[in-house]
Design a protein around this ligand. Structure first.
Ligand SMILES: *Cc1c(COP(=O)(O)O)cnc(C)c1O
Length: 225
C-alpha cells in the first residue's frame, strides 16, 4: 500500500502529471495499491497538477482515490466523503471493488441524509460558486503568508496549490519554534514533528483564518527576523 496525499498536508507540495505517472507505473509494476487522498484538490491552482489520479494512464488498475468535503466545503466536523474503487483494480483474481462494496454495505449505515443533501448542494451551480469563492479566500491567505515570509527571509514551501505553508524553523526544533512564535509574536501554528520524525525542524501555518488576522500574523512574524 502506498499513501499519497496531494496537494499535501502538511507541506502543501504537489506532483505534476509526469511525476505522478512514475508512482502509477511503479505501483502497477510491483502490484501495490495507491491510496490517493485528494482532500485538497479544490486548492489546485497550477495547470500541470492533476485534479485526480485517474487523469494518469494506468491508474484504474492500481489506485483508490478518496475525497473529503472537509477542506473543499467546510465540512470539518460534519464529515462527508467518498471513495472511488475502480472495478479494474484487482489483487490476483479478486476485485477490490466487490470487497469494498461488501464491507461498506454491511458495516456502514450511510451518511446522514442531511449531510447528503449538503453534499449535493456543493455540486449545484450556486453552491459550487460559493464554495470556490471560499476556497479562493483561503488560498489568498496562504499566498499572503508565503509571499510575506519569503520576503522576510524564511524558507517556505507550499502556499500555491494548498491552504498550508510549510516553513523551516532554522536552528530550533519544531516545538522550540512553537514556543518562540507564541511568546514573541502571539501567533500559533503546528509543529512539523507532530506529523512524524521527518517533520522535525519544520512548522505548518494555515490559511484557514480571516484575511485581517493573516496579515497581522505575517507582519508580526516579519518583525522577528
Ligand atoms: C482534513 C483531511 C482529510 C479529511 O478528513 P475528514 O475525516 O473527511 O474530515 C483527509 N486527509 C487529509 C490529509 C486531511 O488533511
Amino acid at each position: 500500500m502506498i499513501y499519497l496525499c496531494i496537494p499535501n498536508n502538511p507541506t502543501g507540495t504537489t506532483l505534476t502529471r509526469e511525476q505522478l505517472k512514475v508512482w502509477v507505473d511503479y505501483a502497477n509494476r510491483i502490484g501495490a495499491v495507491i491510496l490517493y487522498d485528494a482532500a485538497y484538490e479544490a486548492y489546485i491552482t497550477q495547470e500541470e497538477v492533476p485534479h485526480s489520479i485517474y487523469e494518469i494512464e494506468g491508474a484504474r488498475t492500481c489506485a483508490i482515490e478518496f475525497r473529503s468535503f472537509s477542506k473543499k466545503a467546510g465540512f470539518t466536523g460534519v464529515r462527508l466523503g467518498f471513495t472511488v474503487v475502480p472495478k479494474d483494480l484487482k489483487c490476483g483474481d479478486v476485485a477490490l471493488h466487490s470487497l469494498w462494496a461488501r464491507r461498506h454495505g454491511t458495516k456502514f449505515n450511510g451518511a446522514p441524509y442531511i449531510e447528503q443533501r449538503a453534499g449535493e448542494a456543493v455540486y449545484s451551480e450556486e453552491g459550487h460558486k460559493q464554495v470556490m469563492e471560499q476556497v479562493a479566500y483561503y488560498k489568498k491567505n496562504a499566498r499572503v503568508i508565503y509571499d510575506g515570509l519569503k520576503e522576510a527571509g524564511y524558507s517556505v514551501f507550499g502556499g500555491v496549490n494548498s491552504p498550508y505553508v510549510w516553513l523551516k524553523t532554522d536552528g530550533m526544533d519544531s516545538w522550540e519554534f512553537f514556543d518562540y512564535l507564541l511568546e514573541k509574536a502571539h501567533v500559533v501554528g503546528t509543529p512539523g514533528s507532530g506529523f512524524g520524525p521527518s517533520g522535525e525542524g519544520y512548522f505548518r501555518l494555515t490559511g484557514f483564518g480571516t484575511y485581517e488576522n493573516t496579515v497581522k500574523a505575517v507582519e508580526r512574524m516579519k518583525r522577528l527576523k
